[in-house]
Design a protein around this ligand. Sequence first.
Ligand SMILES: Nc1ncnc2c1ncn2[C@@H]1O[C@H](COP(=O)(O)OP(=O)(O)O)[C@@H](O)[C@H]1O
Ligand SMILES: [Mg+2]
Length: 437
Amino acid sequence: MKKALYLGRNYIEWGSLETDKNGKLVSACQDFCAHFSINESDWLGVAIKEIVQKVDWYHRKNVFFGVVFGYSCLVRIIESNQHYVYRVIVREDEIDVSEMISFMNSIDTTKMKKRTLPKKLYSFEEIIGVSQTIDQVKELGARIATSNSTVLLTGESGTGKELFAQAIHGLSSRKNNPFVAVNCAAIPAELFESELFGYEGGAFSGAKKEGKPGKIELAQHGTLFLDEISELPYPAQGKLLRVLQEREIERLGGTDSKSVDIRIITATNRDLKVLVHEGKFRQDLFYRLFVFDLKIPSLRQRKEDILPLAYSFIDVFNEKLGREVRYIDFKLQEWLLEYDWPGNVRELKAYIERGMNIVEGDTLNLDSLTIQINPSIPAEKQSTSLKPLDEEVRNAEIKAIRRALTETKGDRTQAAQLLNIHIASLYRKISKYNLKD
Ligand SMILES: Nc1ncnc2c1ncn2[C@@H]1O[C@H](COP(=O)(O)OP(=O)(O)O)[C@@H](O)[C@H]1O
Ligand SMILES: [Mg+2]
């Protein structure tokens, strides 16, 4: 809930920002981050001019009208030793026209656009899926979220591990504090320590004069997401373990240590136990990280999610590309359900995006996509070996029901007629096979 300080009928204090004497952001208070839905860490070091667009001075010195992330605000600057504090008050009343015009004239709109929409983190509701499997994982994830424990997310690439990390953070008591993501595979080994732990000015040649906070420091009171943790170089593993044990951190070249309060979520698509066995991953660190293990199933293990996901991506790209696609043609549906998606949801999303770029009309269809896709379109006959009869029957039923629902554009009464079964029976089967979308 917003904790806002009422200052009168039309004004609410929405928190404050602090800059160094050069106008670079050094901190944003929790309330500010919550009200404007931003991550402090995304903005540290950014010039205050980019965040607070000054429009006009208000009666007194040190108080001005401005725009902060698109909101009309009154801002008061308070100078304290070496720092400036910007207290931001959002106006609740309607902005009057002349004020609006002066806003428009004074705002550098290109900069505003780039910066006004801070990256929003995914929530559990935005993790699409109707399968029982994904439901269970979401439920478990939500339960884990409220604890403060370390979480290890495992699953193939593209299954949504990062989404889960964000959703867990968003449901935790740390949600108004930073979520800092680090992809361990993307940082060269020699830069690891300075990236994670930061450094003091002059710690090594090429270092910034004023030093630099590490990701751990930036995640203070929030969540540090270490993606592809298996790629963490061995020496850095030891240092990370020490941080977890001692809850303290020392910058490179520094002498004093700061206490850290972070929650760690890690993700990997490799089997860490095997890496421990091979001596590539420290066992002691593994046990620290392995408190909760959340396995995200591959897409081929939850085929019921394929079409709901495909339709949700159609919505996304309809919006982005200005299309009006509403249907997926039956042949393409079948293909989507048969394909085994080694790249999981990421691959499905890319596939739909490609289709949305070339589609004409309101239906995505296989013919227009075939030329572009992987050579491995399953040929009906050779694709799968025969399964036990009950499974074959079940698959045939699912296929028939899907087809009936597509052909009747979701009208269940008509679909039941087409299949020559009672409507109640159709409802039961839809629910049994989780075919709602
Ligand atoms: N259940 C889901 N609902 C909606 N989008 C998803 C879902 N799972 C994955 N995605 C999308 O797939 C892509 C890959 O997800 P990501 O979390 O980066 O996967 P991973 O970290 O496991 O490789 C992202 O673009 C994400 O938006
Ligand atoms: Mg990832």
